[in-house]
Structure formats: structure tokens, C-alpha cells
Design a protein around this ligand. Structure first.
Ligand SMILES: O=c1ccn([C@H]2C[C@H](O)[C@@H](COP(=O)(O)OP(=O)(O)OP(=O)(O)O)O2)c(=O)[nH]1
Ligand SMILES: [Mg+2]
Length: 171
């Protein structure tokens, strides 16, 4: 049996906007639409309104994620992905999109689905300052310390392989 859904209050800022919805029962994200048509030239970005505002319960946050179809087909990304919607935010949810296609413009029509909203429980932490942190296997290694990345314009990746292909073989 699927768990009980979390009840979230929603207000239409645009009276005609369809409410966010899950396309399938097991989906993590509810699709958000733009209420504003827009055309983005290659490299251009804009802030699109979704026509809705929400009141999340305390202890929750919503994250605005990109849609993979738009990314794969048109090169549309979200500049700040995932966008964070705080429980206390009552303004309209907006989506900051950028056209990463080097050649083609992308046009959005009113009510096109542009992003998806994932609601999650989030922990609040209390920070305790210390002079030394406990040790760990990773320690301070990061930013590619384990290798396996592609080379960029002849600059070798962290594992010393020169191309994506040799990277794969080297694993
Ligand atoms: O993609 C996004 C990201 C944020 N927001 C809204 C909800 C969020 O609660 C608020 C603030 O977002 P964030 O904390 O990411 O922005 P900030 O630049 O830190 O602004 P602030 O100083 O208002 O926190 O803006 C959106 O509508 N869409
Ligand atoms: Mg903030």
C-alpha cells in the first residue's frame, strides 16, 4: 500500500493555471507549468512564473527540478537546479531556466510543463564548532580525487587518462 500523501495547501496566483500533478502514481515530481509564453535564444535565461504558491508543513521543503525531456530535446536547464522552496515561502514559485543549446532558440507556450516539484522532509541541524573533526576514509579528498572524469581540451582528468574513451577502459 502506498504511504499517505502529505497535505499541502496551494493557491492559484493565476486563476486558469492547472494544479501541479503527478503524471504517474510512482512519480517523485509533480509537474509545474509556465503561465507565461517565452522564447529563449541560445544562451539566454529567464525567470518563468508557475502561477501557484504553496504552504508546506514545517519540516518540509520543496525542490524544483528540471525535466529531463526538455534537457535532452532542447538543452533547457535550470540555472539553480534544484531550486529550494522553503516551508515559509508564500510567494509564487518561479523557475529560472536557461537555453544551453548553442544554435536553436526554444519557445515555451503558456501552460507548457517546464519543471517538477519534489517535496521532501528536511532535517534541521544544530552546528557545534570543534577544533578538529573526526577522521574518515575520504578525509579531505574531493573534487575528482577518485578519478574517472573526462578530459577538457587536452587537460588531463584527475586519473591521468587523456580522453573519455580511455577513461572508460581505465576503470
Ligand atoms: O527556483 C526557485 C528557488 C527559490 N524560489 C523561491 C522560494 C524560496 O523559498 C525563495 C528563496 O530562495 P533561495 O533561498 O534559493 O534564494 P536566495 O537567493 O537565498 O534568496 P533569499 O535571500 O530570499 O533566501 O525563493 C523559487 O520560487 N524558485
Ligand atoms: Mg535563501
Amino acid at each position: 500500500m502506498s504511504p499517505q500523501p502529505v497535505e499541502v495547501l496551494i493557491r492559484r496566483v493565476d486563476p486558469e493555471v492547472p494544479l501541479p500533478g503527478y503524471a504517474h502514481p510512482g512519480d517523485a515530481g509533480a509537474d509545474l507549468v509556465t503561465t507565461q509564453a517565452a522564447e529563449l535564444a541560445p544562451g539566454e535565461r529567464t525567470v518563468l512564473p508557475t502561477g501557484v504558491s504553496i504552504a508546506l508543513p514545517e519540516g518540509y521543503a520543496a525542490f524544483v527540478h528540471p525535466r529531463s525531456g526538455l534537457a535532452a530535446r532542447c538543452g533547457i536547464a535550470m540555472v539553480n537546479a534544484p531550486g529550494t522552496i522553503d516551508a515559509g515561502y508564500r510567494g509564487e514559485i518561479k523557475v529560472i531556466v536557461v537555453n544551453l543549446d548553442p544554435r536553436e532558440s526554444v519557445r515555451f507556450e503558456r501552460f507548457d510543463r517546464i519543471a517538477q516539484l519534489v517535496v521532501q522532509q528536511v532535517e534541521k541541524v544544530r552546528f557545534h564548532e570543534v577544533a578538529e573533526l573526526p577522521g574518515s576514509a575520504r578525509a579531505e579528498g574531493g573534487f575528482g580525487s577518485t578519478g574517472g572524469h573526462a578530459a577538457v581540451d587536452g587537460i588531463k582528468g584527475g586519473n591521468g587518462y587523456a580522453s573519455v574513451g580511455s577513461d572508460r577502459e581505465g576503470r
